[in-house]
Design a protein around this ligand. Sequence first.
Ligand SMILES: *[C@@H]1O[C@H](CO)[C@@H](O)[C@H](O)[C@H]1NC(C)=O
Ligand SMILES: *[C@@H]1O[C@H](CO)[C@@H](O)[C@H](O)[C@H]1NC(C)=O
Ligand SMILES: *[C@@H]1O[C@H](CO)[C@@H](O)[C@H](O)[C@H]1NC(C)=O
Ligand SMILES: *[C@@H]1O[C@H](CO)[C@@H](O)[C@H](O)[C@H]1NC(C)=O
Ligand SMILES: *[C@@H]1O[C@H](CO)[C@@H](O)[C@H](O)[C@H]1NC(C)=O
Length: 350
Amino acid sequence: MVHVAAVCALSLLTIVVSAQYDMVKEYTGQTFFDDWIFYNNFDNLTNGNVNYLSAKDAASQQLAYINDRGNAIMKVDNTTTVTYPNRRSSIRINTKDRYTIGTLWIADMLHAPYGCSTWPAFWSSAPTWPSGGEIDTFEGVNQVTMSQMGLHTADGCTHTNTSMQTSTLINSTDCSTAANNNEGCIITTPTTASYGAGFAQGGGGIFVTEFAATGISIWFFTRASVPDALQGNASSIDPTALGTPVATWNSDGCDVTEFFEPQSLIFDISLCGDYAGNSNSFYQTCTGVCYQDWVLGDPSNYDNAYFEVQHVRVYGQPGELTVIGSDAPRTTVTVVLLIALLGLSVFTLL
Ligand SMILES: *[C@@H]1O[C@H](CO)[C@@H](O)[C@H](O)[C@H]1NC(C)=O
Ligand SMILES: *[C@@H]1O[C@H](CO)[C@@H](O)[C@H](O)[C@H]1NC(C)=O
Ligand SMILES: *[C@@H]1O[C@H](CO)[C@@H](O)[C@H](O)[C@H]1NC(C)=O
Ligand SMILES: *[C@@H]1O[C@H](CO)[C@@H](O)[C@H](O)[C@H]1NC(C)=O
Ligand SMILES: *[C@@H]1O[C@H](CO)[C@@H](O)[C@H](O)[C@H]1NC(C)=O
């Protein structure tokens, strides 16, 4: 009898630590923007030639709104002729909640910004940077045709084992912000359907990021190849049903628990700045002078500089406190339930 109870308690624990994630937060529809903070300052982080608007200004200038399909639009101003030495209006938002190790997030996008001078990203970061780590799920600059993924961390985190991923396009392996001018450990998503006109023409796609103690993994699915596990309103996700990730940084080379703290999710669109504007990157796919010829130029340069997002969903390991911030009570209930169940097992043992 005692043994049976012990086995029950053990199998319960096994279920709890398995790779199943349950939805803890959804950003979608008319309320998409409710739980994000608008940056409301010029780009003082990466030297881009943009002013990131407040929520109020973004709404009134129609740079962040819900379109008639119920999707969230975030865009660069493509109506104003900006004069020297001014900045162009754009959007940078981050989630009010932060998500711990043991979470997985999904961004379902129909369109993402592209074109000379643009630098869009969907990524995450801890408030303490770089010690709390940064995970870049989707990023690109100018007219590149494939998006990139990567990590930025304190010293000591490297991408040592690339055998557990589909991408063989390995740009760099030292994740330290102190190495290679903060290039990060970068992987290129090996399809032109992951960025720019190719992404838009295919109806966009879904990026999945798993933030686990054993490693950080990112998947990309084109609209035409979305797996069953992600169809509809999946209330739980088992990442083993997603196949091999595009990139995995496993804990052998980078101890996730050492280099990462709870992450806030971020969308932004910068212009020029440290990455799109540096001459190495800029002249790979564009001509002219980034600020003078593009930011100050014809505003129709930015007709394609927008995100259209169907939803962002976050999933957490059941029984763990995975949401730091306004949504904590939901997981607390699960923790209490787990404690109650464990208590019951202990009681049975006695
Ligand atoms: C950027 O501007 C914001 C708002 O004024 C400020 O809180 C923050 O400290 C600035 N960051 C840097 C790196 O200057
Ligand atoms: C990389 O990880 C895989 C799976 O864990 C393992 O089989 C392989 O031996 C590792 N390779 C190296 C070079 O450590
Ligand atoms: C990364 O490597 C791929 C393949 O070699 C290349 O096409 C791409 O331009 C590189 N990306 C960067 C940012 O250098
Ligand atoms: C998806 O499911 C979640 C939780 O199961 C629910 O809160 C949300 O409203 C659903 N969204 C849609 C678009 O049906
Ligand atoms: C600006 O971009 C949007 C797409 O985001 C497009 O519909 C519109 O025609 C563009 N031009 C102007 C002048 O608004």
